[in-house]
Design a protein around this ligand. Structure first.
Ligand code: HEM
Ligand code: ISQ
Length: 154
């Protein structure tokens, strides 16, 4: 599965919008994750010790940005090469961290859902189905690479 040039443009544009208010959107992203799957809170070192998702935590912001950025990069790769390629050393690093935190297959669905809802809320009137499916496909292809390295697939 791949995406069109127009869809890549939509991903880029929505990321430009999102990055203008990282504190707000990253907090919303984590809040949605914890709403969908409360147990996930215990996995994150910077969430564990708080009752609620902190509003202005630099670790939280940095992590959320990484996920958005990597998904955005995946959209570009999908359009350019028809597939998502993550450098081997990076993939091994990501797989080992996520395995050590106890991340399982279903967690990827949780993060995807929260990501898509964060984008929908942030974009408001400018949101559309094509934009949504572009983010969904890009995230799924990126997640597939990580899951494969974690040996969570097959
Ligand atoms: C850490 C990306 C999916 C939970 C990280 C890091 C990155 C990342 C870049 C930081 C690695 C480092 O510290 O060097 C991604 C991407 C994902 C994904 C791109 C999917 C496409 C998930 C899922 C979960 C998860 C599904 C589970 C809900 C975590 C946790 C950490 C982490 C718990 C460690 C945070 C800490 O330092 O306490 N991830 N991740 N990730 N990720 Fe993910
Ligand atoms: C998964 N891995 C790292 C950081 C994240 C931030 C928000 C949601 C999911 C994440």
């Amino acid at each position: 599965r791949t995406i069109t040039e127009e869809q890549e443009e939509m991903v880029r544009r929505s990321w430009e919008t999102l990055r203008q208010d990282i504190p707000r959107h990253s907090t919303r992203f984590f809040t949605l994750i914890v709403e969908i799957a409360p147990a996930v809170k215990e996995m994150f070192s910077f969430l564990r010790d708080f009752d609620e998702v902190p509003q202005n935590n630099p670790d939280l912001r940095a992590h959320a940005v990484k996920v958005f950025k990597m998904t955005c990069e995946s959209a570009i790769q999908l359009r350019e090469n028809g597939q998502v390629k993550v450098a081997d050393s990076k993939l091994r690093h990501l797989a080992s961290i996520h395995l050590s935190k106890g991340v399982a297959l279903l967690h990827f669905e949780v993060v995807k859902e929260a990501l898509l809802r964060t984008i929908k809320e942030a974009m408001g009137e400018r949101w559309c189905e094509e934009m949504n499916s572009a983010w969904a496909t890009s995230f799924e292809q990126l997640a597939a690479a990580i899951k494969h390295q974690m040996k969570l697939d097959d």
